[in-house]
Design a binder for this molecule. Structure first.
Ligand code: NAP
Length: 242
């Protein structure tokens, strides 16, 4: 059995990625932090896609929780390893920097950057030992361009892109690829309240993207066919920023 872990797999892009990975034959570990009902729905959809899966609750920003959950999983599966990791969990807490509480700065960076560290660090050694792995980090157009009102989110995603490039150079020889995906506006809970009608005038494709479109890209990056793509950021934004 081949195993894949998707952080933030309960909703939105993460859910679509879980379904795509199931279609590709992976047993999917669906991480979530609080929304057990939606995580269970993702598991149902994974099963409908003909695969097995399981829920794994932890807050990616909390190293103790991540270690506890992943060590328990490894103890229960001594002969297995997780060969695909999609670091997808993320939040936004938008505000002008001048008005931004430290809590909103720290929380966004903690989930994106410490989350990347906590989960990736825990899974990297088994990938290196097996000389195969695929890591995809969910960045954003904000991490490339910088978005006003999102200095915390832009810093977090920009940092994630830099970490992607650094790690790719560390593990290439072990046949592990590390890439980032940078979506523009994708229809999920995260963009609730954002005026699609107003924004779509700025998007050459004239619409927001769908989680399934992002999942297709992730599916390609984790496939054996993408074995020579590493350390890259692939945008999927309808032409919003090129
Ligand atoms: P979403 O619908 O709001 O879903 C967020 C997911 O992250 C949920 O599964 C949530 O779990 C999980 N999560 C949040 N905090 C977590 C934590 N501390 N530990 C573990 N899981 C946590 O978001 P989305 O739009 O699908 O976004 C997914 C990723 O794509 C994010 O990294 C986001 O920054 C990025 N992105 C999104 C867009 C967009 O337009 N939607 C654009 C660019 C980049 P619960 O269900 O348990 O809360």
């Amino acid at each position: 059995m081949k195993y894949a872990l998707v952080t933030g797999g309960s909703r939105g892009i993460g859910r679509a990625v879980c379904i795509k990975l199931a279609q590709m034959g992976y047993h999917v570990l669906i991480n979530y932090v609080s929304n057990e009902e939606e995580a269970a729905r993702t598991l149902e959809l994974v099963r409908e896609a003909g695969q097995t899966g399981e829920l794994l609750r932890f807050d990616v920003s909390c190293q103790a929780e991540v270690s506890k959950a992943l060590e328990a999983w490894t103890d229960a599966h001594p002969d297995a390893y997780i060969e695909v990791l999609v670091n997808n969990a993320g939040i936004r807490r938008d505000n002008l920097l001048a008005l931004m509480p430290a809590e909103d700065w720290n929380r966004v960076l903690g989930i994106t950057l410490s989350g990347f560290y906590n989960v990736t660090q825990a899974l990297l050694q088994p990938m290196m030992f097996h000389k195969y792995g695929r890591i995809v980090n969910m960045a954003s157009v904000s991490g490339l361009k910088g978005m006003p009102g999102q200095s915390n989110y832009s810093a977090a995603k920009g940092g994630l892109i830099a970490a992607t490039k650094a790690l790719a150079q560390e593990v290439g020889k072990k046949h592990i690829t590390v890439n980032a995906v940078a979506p523009g506006f994708i229809r999920t809970d995260m963009v609730e309240g954002i005026d699609e009608a107003a924004w779509k005038k700025a998007i050459p494709m004239g619409r927001f993207g769908t989680p399934e479109e992002v999942a297709e890209l992730v599916g390609f990056l984790v496939s054996p066919a993408a074995g020579y793509i590493t350390g890259n950021v692939i945008s999927i934004n309808g032409g919003l920023y090129t």
